[in-house]
Design a protein around this ligand. Structure first.
Ligand code: ADP
Ligand code: MG
Length: 700
């Protein structure tokens, strides 16, 4: 029962304090329950015994039966390695140990048969086994038919301490034997029935000790369901709470600010998608609930003007608004473009960043507190504790993936009734992520580009084709266009990347000599004012080429720049490449994106280049990105409180997730506090896995 599962793992027979410490350190396992929640990551047919002569592949797990002889120590003065010969009737293969040597030397009896299990590695053109799993051979283990054996994640330190995959399997089996008939169900009966799922207990047995492939499939289905189910329950419960408990400012009016802007200052007609999104947001703002909405629109789709018009609604209702951007460059650019659009209107806008001078900062603080200032634009300086708004009604966060969850929360806590929050991102969110990582947010999308845009033409060149590139760039410059050349900078502190940029820059100075050509440079380690100076040179067309690290990734809007060259393009993820490409194609001219790489590329790298060349569709790119890298690496989720699934796979489970989400919606509609007896165990389990007790009375 619960009791047994909560027992400390060190009290399991065959574990003890030392192994318990290793299990804890390596797998985070503390209790029996934790261990049975470590599922195999693959299965092998245990009844299948290979021959030494059949070993041909480094990636396959082999199980062999044979004798061990000829143990030798190597290294002086102290042995650093022990080798042995493993023999069956087809041949011999070497076994190697680097640790636990004294134990190895006394481990084997001559002539006795052992089972070894593991992956073979290649050394000196020969296969060997390094630290294989070893057991005494018992013919009875092999008399049954198909017999699937789970393979568990183990580490070197686990294997050295008798915790190889077979030992883990044995420990788990012994726990399962002790809890037979005692593992409680956590899903409501009606769901088990409608989904035709096996019980929780059976699923745990079958995932570890599958009777056959079919039962394994069922176990997997059941436990994956459970994983998504409780996750969605959490998301949807939060959403319900936000909708029913947390109050929001009511923006009931559409007033002069909005209308004057709309009728007299609008620089271009809005696209249909922009209009629709503004409507969706307006409905939220008038509802009396706090808005928490994600606005997705591909680069260049025109999110800025939407942000502006929404801020005007806040002003119309007597509130202040803030717009937060991830970099100073972008904040400054927003400040300039919004000021320009608002020119001639009685609205005060100011800019607050890390490099705002103290005297100005003080003035801004004062005008925020007394309500003189309507709109504040800035970087995260905007959420410093000293910044107090008179009545902040709306916060817009541009390119949210640069802001962590914690930073968002700080903004949120700035006033008693939290401001409405609109998070804007150009990163297309694959549908599975929209339902998981962002499942508690509402979602709007600008799915239409402003008219007259020409699709960016993308090509892929090898570094050996550099001359061709230079020629092309010179032609473009002759046509009056400007060019970005971007170098990867994985971490802003990585010196090597900076050297690549410096060298690239020097090479460019030779190819594009002054005074005919002018090149400016922007990178992450420059002072803000220097960056701004260089940006301005480019904006004012005083430079033809801008050499940059990814600081320009987000938001920069310079319509005359029509060529984006990405150096070492294979070092960027797909979403990032797409973002960079979005910096061009903003004017009327045909634009180009050129991906530069070495000839030698990984399969993954080649696929990314191919994807970029073959599509401009941000959603397709995001889906491919998710498949190639998994959610953990997908741009846009890295810093936003990533959720990982044990059995679930976000790249392929879209249908399953949608289905389960609907079931949870049904459940909450039926019983939003999980108060019915039939939902009691579900509620208990929910509280247990999220390690807190919830006040369910808050909702509904
Ligand atoms: P993003 O969504 O990437 O932030 P921006 O808001 O920077 O896009 O808009 C990109 C460019 O498109 C800007 O130059 C902007 O003025 C222009 N733009 C936005 N909406 C429209 C529209 N409806 N018609 C014409 N141009 C537009
Ligand atoms: Mg933008």
């Amino acid at each position: 029962m619960v009791n047994i599962l909560e027992k400390k793992i060190e009290f399991l027979k065959g574990v003890g304090p030392k192994k318990a410490a290793i299990l804890n350190k390596e797998l985070g396992v503390i209790s029996f329950d934790d261990l049975i929640n470590c599922f195999p990551f693959r299965y092998v047919d245990k009844s299948k015994i290979f021959k030494v002569s059949e070993i041909t592949d480094e990636t396959v797990y082999y199980q062999l039966v044979g004798t061990v002889s000829n143990l030798k120590s190597h290294g002086t003065p102290r042995a650093t390695r022990v080798t042995a010969e493993f023999r069956d009737d087809s041949g011999t293969i070497e076994l190697v140990w680097f640790r636990g040597l004294s134990w190895v030397k006394t481990r084997f009896e001559t002539g006795k048969k052992y089972v070894i299990f593991g992956k073979a590695s290649v050394f000196n053109n020969q296969f060997n086994f390094v630290h294989p799993d070893i057991e005494d051979y018992d013919p009875q283990d092999f008399t049954l038919g198909e017999s699937l054996q789970g393979v568990y994640n183990t580490t070197e330190s686990m294997k050295n301490n008798g915790l190889g995959t077979k030992q883990i399997a044995r420990l788990i089996k012994s726990i399962l034997m002790q809890i037979t008939g005692l593992l409680t169900e956590v899903l409501p009966e009606w769901i088990l029935q409608s989904e035709k799922m096996i019980s929780r207990e059976e699923a745990f047995f079958q995932i570890h000790l599958p009777s056959n492939t079919e039962m394994l499939r069922k176990a997997n289905q059941r436990l994956r369901f459970e994983e998504y189910f409780f996750f969605q329950l959490q998301m949807l419960r939060n959403k319900l709470k936000r909708e029913h408990v947390i109050k929001g400012h009511v923006f009931s009016k559409v007033g002069d600010y909005f209308n004057n802007f709309f009728f007299q200052h609008l620089p271009f007609p809005l696209t249909g998608a922009q209009k629709r999104v503004i409507k969706e947001i307006r409905a939220d703002l008038a509802s009396g609930k706090q808005m928490n909405r994600l606005l997705q629109g591909d680069v260049g789709s025109g999110k800025t003007i939407v942000a502006l018009m929404i801020m005007l609604l806040a002003l119309d209702n007597g509130f202040q608004a803030a717009l937060m951007a991830p970099t100073e460059i972008l904040a400054t650019q927003h400040f300039h473009s919004l000021s320009e659009m608002l020119y001639g209107m009685p609205i005060s806008v100011d800019l607050l960043t890390g490099s705002t001078k103290t005297s100005i900062r003080k003035k801004i603080h004062a005008s925020l507190t007394d309500g003189q200032l309507h709109i504040l634009i800035g970087t995260h300086a905007l959420i410093e504790d000293t910044v107090v708004f008179k009545n902040l009604g709306l916060v817009i966060i541009d390119e949210q993936h640069r802001f962590g969850v914690a930073q968002r929360a700080r903004l949120y806590e700035k006033s008693e009734v939290p401001p409405h929050m609109l998070v804007m991102t150009a990163t297309p969110i694959p549908r599975t992520l929209a339902m998981t990582q962002y499942g508690d947010l509402d979602y709007s999308q600008i799915d239409e580009m402003p008219p007259g845009r020409k699709a960016v033409q993308t090509s892929h060149l090898y570094h050996s084709q550099r001359l061709k590139l230079i020629g092309f760039l010179k032609n473009q410059i002759a046509l009056g266009r400007q060019i970005y050349i971007v170098y990867p900078l994985i971490k802003e502190s990585e010196k090597i990347d900076l050297i690549a940029l410096q060298q690239g820059y020097e090479g460019l100075l030779r190819d594009f000599p002054e005074p005919e050509y002018r090149i400016c440079v922007v990178h992450g380690q420059m002072k803000a004012e220097d960056k701004e100076f260089e940006m301005q040179r480019f904006i004012k067309k005083q430079a033809h080429i801008m050499v940059a690290t990814t600081v320009i990734e987000v938001g920069v809007n310079i319509p005359n720049a029509s060529v984006m060259v990405i150096e070492h393009a294979d070092r960027f993820g797909l979403s990032q490449l797409h973002q960079l490409r979005g910096r061009v194609g903003r004017g009327a001219d045909q634009s180009y994106c050129i991906l530069m790489t070495d000839f030698k590329l990984t399969a993954d790298g080649r696929k990314r280049m191919h994807t970029m060349i073959s599509t401009n569709d941000g959603f397709k790119i995001a889906e491919t990105d998710l498949q190639l890298r998994g959610p953990g690496e997908t741009q846009g989720t890295r810093q936003s409180g990533l959720i990982e699934f044990k059995l679930g796979n976000l790249a392929t489970d879209e249908k399953v997730i949608r289905h389960i989400r609907n079931i949870v919606v049904d459940l909450l509609e039926k019983d939003n506090r999980l108060a019915l007896p039939e939902h009691f165990r579900t509620k208990l389990h929910f509280e247990k896995i999220y390690k807190r007790s919830y006040d369910w009375s808050q909702i509904g």
